[in-house]
Ligand binder design. Structure first.
Ligand code: ATP
Ligand code: MG
Length: 190
């Protein structure tokens, strides 16, 4: 599974998922857009339904990729441990891998219930531009690190570009560019 705010989903997310799926021979990757992400200090995260639909649009063509509503349909803020417990209940036989950026991983594993998290899934941290593995501060064991091709794309940059009238073509999938336009998202971002 790959969790994220996906506001919007971009090619960095998709390449990371594809690389990890290949490196670990995963059967599938389930993208899980967060509900209300409590760790984002940004006041306005786009509506969950918009983030969910952009994620569906971006992944629709890949038979290995799917999207789960598990976090957006749960009441209250999103905690990784709840996501993993729910996915575990839905797929009791599956080997779960939790894919995330190495930056986000260091935060997640500093939480109180890190021990339980390790019992629920194997954690995979992807490198991304501007974050080196050495300063990720990750505990040993239960975690793998994967170098993904450096794509200096972030959702923050995509939102700011839209607000400034700059293109996001080729940073996000074509269908997502059109969806952002259709729903007039990010016009007052930043
Ligand atoms: P924002 O700028 O709003 O924080 P983001 O681009 O970091 O957005 P998120 O939805 O927060 O996107 O990211 C979901 C996961 O994908 C996180 O674990 C993040 O570290 C990872 N990720 C984001 N961008 C990239 C990228 N370019 N390459 C690899 N991993 C990425
Ligand atoms: Mg982020």
């Amino acid at each position: 599974m790959m969790g994220g705010t996906f506001d919007p989903i971009h090619h960095g997310h998709l390449v990371a998922a594809s690389e990890v799926a290949s490196a670990f021979q995963l059967d599938e990757v389930v993208f899980v857009p967060t509900g209300q992400p409590w760790q984002k200090d940004r006041a306005a995260v786009s509506a969950a339904e918009d983030r969910y639909l952009m994620t569906v649009i971006a992944t629709a063509e890949n038979p290995q990729f799917s999207v789960s509503r598990i976090d957006i349909d749960r009441e209250g803020p999103t905690y990784t441990v709840d996501t993993l417990r729910d996915l575990r209940a839905q797929h009791p036989e599956a080997d779960l891998f939790f894919i995330t950026g190495a930056d986000a991983l260091a935060q997640i594993l500093s939480w109180r219930n890190a021990e339980e998290l390790f019992s629920l899934a194997h954690f995979i941290g992807c490198t991304r531009p501007g974050h080196t593995l050495s300063d990720a501060g990750l505990p040993a064991g239960g975690v793998s690190l994967v170098e993904v091709p450096a794509l200096a794309i972030s959702s923050t940059d995509c939102r700011l570009r839209v607000a400034k009238g700059e293109p996001v073509w080729y940073l996000v999938p074509d269908g997502v560019v059109r969806y952002i336009d259709k729903r007039a998202l990010y016009l007052d971002a930043g």
